[in-house]
Design a protein around this ligand. Structure first.
Ligand SMILES: Cc1cc2nc3c(=O)[nH]c(=O)nc-3n(C[C@H](O)[C@H](O)[C@H](O)COP(=O)(O)OP(=O)(O)OC[C@H]3O[C@@H](n4cnc5c(N)ncnc54)[C@H](O)[C@@H]3O)c2cc1C
Length: 275
């Protein structure tokens, strides 16, 4: 058995990280990865650090503290910009998982099927990291570098997710395809944020997950949506827009099925903005 530490301040946590610790937030990825073996590593439980909790709004946008759970996100009144992230939250496991699991844990675990990644990419999320040497901020797209790989350096913590305020009125949406309706690992999922100037698209951000090692934005589709009237978004989707994806064959579906399914998901997702 290693050491267990549950600091109440960020400073205490960062001091502790001078030596190796495994970070524990909600534990919903941590514990399933250790079933059947003793936990012999040092565990740094960050769930009592007040500075990492809560959702705050400022002039530039929103700050989601690292230990914000899926349930806390769902219970917080937020503008339609957050609808897609909330739709994803409702589909992360069941209520127990949503009560314990954190958005930051989902990002740090960096599964290709992490449901939080596409909606946060579509929200242009930035990640704030802290270590004993200081803090740094980077785009979410630069934070996750591969299947279960991030740029987190030893001794660093993800402390917040920042979401910029869009220039125009914006809405977002999320759709997930699994083998059944609930408690399911995604076969594919898609998220979009649409900024509107009147009835036309001023800017679009679209991301797809579970169809590549890291969820990807689709710049070709985003460009095709720019300027489109809001009632005509689904018809802009084209198979060529899927070029950034590299789906694999696995137990949940073949690459060909995923490619086909993503086209349908994207058309339904963009169709949902037409109402
Ligand atoms: C039954 C079940 C169903 C699930 N369903 C889904 C689903 O539908 N969709 C989905 O995407 N996921 C699902 N998950 C996975 C999991 O619930 C989520 O990924 C959750 O958001 C992880 O958050 P956590 O706080 O529990 O992370 P933890 O398990 O505490 O940590 C996960 C990893 O991130 C690291 N970490 C956590 N926080 C930080 C931080 N602030 N800084 C640095 N490192 C950190 C930890 O060291 C660990 O490596 C499911 C899990 C279970 C058990």
């Amino acid at each position: 058995m290693g050491d267990y530490l549950r600091p109440v301040s960020l400073e205490e946590a960062l001091q502790a990280l001078a030596r190796p610790w495994t970070v524990l937030a909600g534990g919903t990825d941590f514990y399933p990865a250790r079933v059947g073996r003793a936990i012999d590593e040092n565990v740094l439980d960050i769930s009592a650090i007040a500075a990492l909790r809560g959702i705050a709004e400022g002039p530039a946008g929103w700050r989601l503290g690292a230990t914000t759970t899926w349930s806390e996100l769902l219970e917080t009144p937020l503008p339609p910009l957050f609808d897609g992230l909330k739709q994803a939250a409702r589909e992360v496991g069941g209520r127990q998982i949503q009560n314990a699991g954190t958005l930051a844990g989902n990002l740090c675990n960096a599964s290709p099927a992490a449901d939080g990644v596409p909606p946060l990419l579509a929200l242009d999320a930035e990640i704030e990291l802290a270590g004993r040497a200081g803090r740094r901020r980077l785009a979410l797209s630069a934070f996750i570098t591969g299947n279960r790989r991030t740029v987190l350096a030893p001794g660093e913590l993800l402390i917040a997710i920042h979401l910029p305020r869009p220039a125009h009125a914006a809405r977002s949406a999320f759709l997930k395809l699994g083998a059944r309706r609930y408690l399911v690992i995604s076969i594919a999922m898609a998220a979009a944020t649409i900024e509107l100037d009147g009835r036309r698209v001023a800017a679009a951000r679209v991301a797809v997950g579970a169809c590549s090692a890291v969820a990807q934005r689709l710049p070709g589709l985003e460009a095709a949506l720019a300027g489109a009237p809001v009632g005509r978004l689904a018809e802009r989707v084209d198979a060529a827009h899927l070029a950034p994806l590299a789906p694999i064959d696995d137990v949940r579906g073949s690459a060909a099925y995923r490619n086909d399914a993503v086209l349908t998901l994207l058309r339904r997702l963009l169709g949902s903005f037409e109402a």
